[in-house]
Structure formats: C-alpha cells, structure tokens
Design a protein around this ligand. Structure first.
Ligand SMILES: C[S@@+](CC[C@H](N)C(=O)[O-])C[C@H]1O[C@@H](n2cnc3c(N)ncnc32)[C@H](O)[C@@H]1O
Length: 417
C-alpha cells in the first residue's frame, strides 16, 4: 500500500472513528521501513496538529458540503503541499486524485483535483479575523479555547501555549531507581539529562519501548512535568499512601521508588482493565509495595475507614489540555462542555480524599490540564469547604517552559485535630 494511502486510512480512523493516534500508529506501522514510517507519522501527526490552518486554506474554494473522508484527503494533501518541502505538489495532487478514485466510485476525483489545483495556484491565504481568531486558525485551535486561555492566563501566555502545541515533544523516561541509576543509564549514550526532574532523561532517538532498559524495567516512559507530581507528594518508607486515580500507573511506580519499595501504596482506579495496566507496569518495574482495588474514588469513604491514609495522590481525570503536543487529536475534538462532567468528578474525588486522609496527612491534587476551573478554582472551592486544609504549594508548569507537558500540582495538608 502507498505511504499516502496508509496515512489517509489512519487519519480516517483517528479523526472520524475516534482512535488514539499514538496507539494506532504503533500498531499499524509494523512492517513499514523506517523512512516510510517517518513519512506516514509526519503526515498523520502534521495533519492533526495543523487541522484548522490547512482546512482554512481550501474551505472557501467550494460551497458544497464535503464528505468527511474527502475533507480529510484534502487536508492531508494541503498539509504536504505547505509543510513538506521535499515532495513536489504535482505528485501530492496525483496521489490524492488516485486515492479519491478508489472512494465512492471515483465520484470525487475531479473535485479533489480542482480544489488542490486552486490551492497550488493561489498559495497560502492570509488569515482574517481578530487576534483570537487569527491565533486559533494559525495554530489550529477552536477559538473558544484561545479566548478562555487569554482570559485565564493572559494573551502572551496563550500565544506561547498555542505555538508550543505544534512542536514535536521530547521523549522522556523516568529512571526507575528500584532497578537502576542515572550513572548506569547514561553509560549507554542513548540519553541526555532532563531539565526539571532529577530522575528524568531524554531519549535521543528511536522507540523507548524497544530498548532493553524499558523491557527490564530500568526506565518508565513518563513526561518530566508528570514526574514532579510524586516528587511533590514525596512519600516516605513509613507511609500508607492512597493513589486514587492510578492507571496506567506512572506515578504509582514513581512513588514506590521514592518509598524504596517499603510502606504501602493502595492503587485504585474506576476501570478494572486500566487497573490491570497498573499491575503489569508494577511487575515490570519491580514494585512490590502496591495493593490494588477497583474503586470509584467519588465513593472512597465507602471502601476505606475515615482518617486512614498518611498521604493521598489525586491525579484527577481532566480535560488534558496540557498534553496537546503529544495527543494532537484532542485539539480537534475539544468542546467547552467536555469540562462540566469532569469538574464535578474532580470535586467529588477531592471531597472523599479529605475524609480518608489522616489529620496531619498530606495530599497532592494534580491535573495535566491548563484550565483554572479544573485547577486553581477547583482548589479554592475545596479549601473553602474544608477550612482545616492548608495549601503548602500550588504550581502550574506550562508546557513551553521545559518542553514538557503542562501540569497543575497542588500540595495540601490536613491540620491536626
Ligand atoms: C489522569 S489519569 C491518571 C494517571 C495516573 N495517575 C498515572 O500517573 O499514570 C486519570 C485516571 O482516573 C481514572 N478515573 C476516572 N474517574 C474515576 C473515578 N471516579 N474514580 C477512580 N478513578 C477514576 C481514569 O480511569 C484514569 O485512569
């Protein structure tokens, strides 16, 4: 199968059928050589990352409603014409026409040809609209989120956030100190040192999952800002810790390492199949101080006695807007109402965490999103409802500062009775 046809099929799966891009590409690119793999990945991720900008380049050249698959074919072709210098336009257009011929009995081949020839003739369009609209189209975001971020964080930060989402992210591992050390791993020349977390290494090239270090549990794939969560909670060897939303287990493994495999972590998640991922990861990492329990964290006090835990991690389900350079398709699907249910769940989990936390105990609330309603305002309302909780630290890590994901991390303490 041609490289572009494969890219097109993958885009249909992601953009129309809602599959996760990183999982799909990992599975579907087996058997392609490295050059083809790189080109297919580039076309798929590039089209997703720039979906609104490239669509803007051709959408006014037709008044007819365009079928979703044909729209994707045009988007993908325009992406290649404007972003990939090495492929001549005529080859991209010919290929798109050939792919269209195979769809809907060839009905759209002429249409695809006509639109792409217009794009080729007219070149890049100047973006029209106010500052919010211009930024949203240029960096391919829905305009509502640009307005929301500008209101919450200011325009300068919003521009940085939007532009940062177009970068290819670092591949980062956490050193699993249960099995290895920085000194040992750095000997292999596969890594450079991280910038934020003391146990982060950047993987230089290739697939982390294919390395011996990963296979034997010396490393865990984990973004650097994400590593700051367990470091902030800082559980010790004597603690009994509740990890309320633990799957797939990145932070559980980190906490086990900080606790030197002593004390106890109870790892819970609402989804049994996701809790299985935590178990598998703990086996690979050699973590032996973890117990597992399927649990809806909004009902934690039905499972555990009051005041039981020394430390609690609430790594809450969230809108995920801090992970946009890693999960490009979120930008395409994000809707303002997505947040409503999540905010309610976060509130419910926090209220339950409070009940099962010991007086004098500490808890971290974290999200991988940039949205004050899920972060600062969520904490503000929690503290108002629980005046015996004090904030020890509250930090937003923007994804552009350390080329990491974006995280919000708040550490709190329950005052002694
Ligand atoms: C941000 S992820 C957690 C990531 C994890 N802490 C890690 O470091 O790998 C949020 C998790 O919360 C779980 N979740 C969602 N709603 C929940 C609920 N009501 N109770 C418990 N877990 C929930 C999801 O299944 C998901 O695994």
């Amino acid at each position: 199968m041609s490289v572009r046809k494969k890219a097109f099929e993958l885009l249909i799966e992601i953009a129309i059928h809602g599959k996760y891009s990183n999982l799909l590409l990992k599975k579907e690119l087996v058997g392609f050589d490295d050059r083809d793999k790189a080109l297919i990945s580039n076309i798929v991720y590039g089209t997703l990352q720039n979906y609104r900008y490239i669509n803007y380049q051709w959408k006014d050249y037709t008044e007819k409603p365009v079928k979703r698959e044909i729209k994707l074919l045009l988007d993908m072709s325009v992406y290649q014409m404007f972003f990939l210098d090495r492929i001549p336009d005529f080859a991209i257009i010919d290929d798109a026409v050939e792919i269209a011929k195979g769809k809907y009995e060839g009905k759209y081949a002429g249409f695809v040809n006509a639109i792409l020839r217009q794009v080729q003739r007219k070149g890049k369009r100047t973006i029209e609209g106010d500052d919010f609209e211009e930024l949203a189209i240029r960096t391919s975001f829905p305009t509502w989120i640009v307005r929301m971020w500008a209101k919450q964080y200011g325009m300068e930060t919003t521009i940085q956030l939007c532009e940062d989402s177009l970068h290819i992210p670092n591949q980062t591992v956490r050193i699993n100190t249960i099995k290895s050390s920085k000194e040992e791993l750095m000997q292999s020349n596969q890594y450079t040192e991280g910038k934020l977390s003391p146990v982060a290494l950047y993987f230089k090239k290739g697939s982390i999952a294919a390395t011996e270090d990963f296979k034997y549990g010396r490393t865990s794939v984990q973004d650097e800002a994400s590593q700051m969560v367990a470091l902030t909670l800082n559980p010790t060897e004597d603690d009994v810790v509740l990890d309320m939303c633990s799957a797939p287990g990145s932070k559980t493994g980190h906490m086990a390492a900080l606790m030197k495999n002593r004390g106890k972590i109870i790892a819970t998640d609402i989804h049994p199949h996701r809790l299985e991922l935590v178990k598998a990861t703990m086996r690979r990492l050699g973590c032996i101080n973890v117990d597992y329990q399927v649990m809806d964290a909004t009902k934690a006090s039905e499972h555990f006695e009051t005041n039981r835990f020394d430390k609690i991690l609430v790594d809450a389900p969230c809108s995920g807007y801090g992970t946009l350079k890693r999960k490009n398709e979120i930008k395409m699907f994000m809707e303002p109402e997505d947040m409503d249910g999540i905010i309610k769940t976060q509130k419910g989990i926090l209220a339950q965490a409070y009940i099962v936390l010991k007086p004098g105990g500490e808890m971290v609330y974290s999200t991988c999103t940039l949205n004050k309603k899920e972060n600062e305002l969520q904490i503000k309302s929690f503290i108002e409802a629980h005046p015996d909780m004090e904030i020890l630290s509250e930090e937003t890590i923007f994804p552009f500062t350390y080329d990491s994901d974006g995280f919000f991390i708040c550490k709190m303490r329950k005052m002694e009775e």
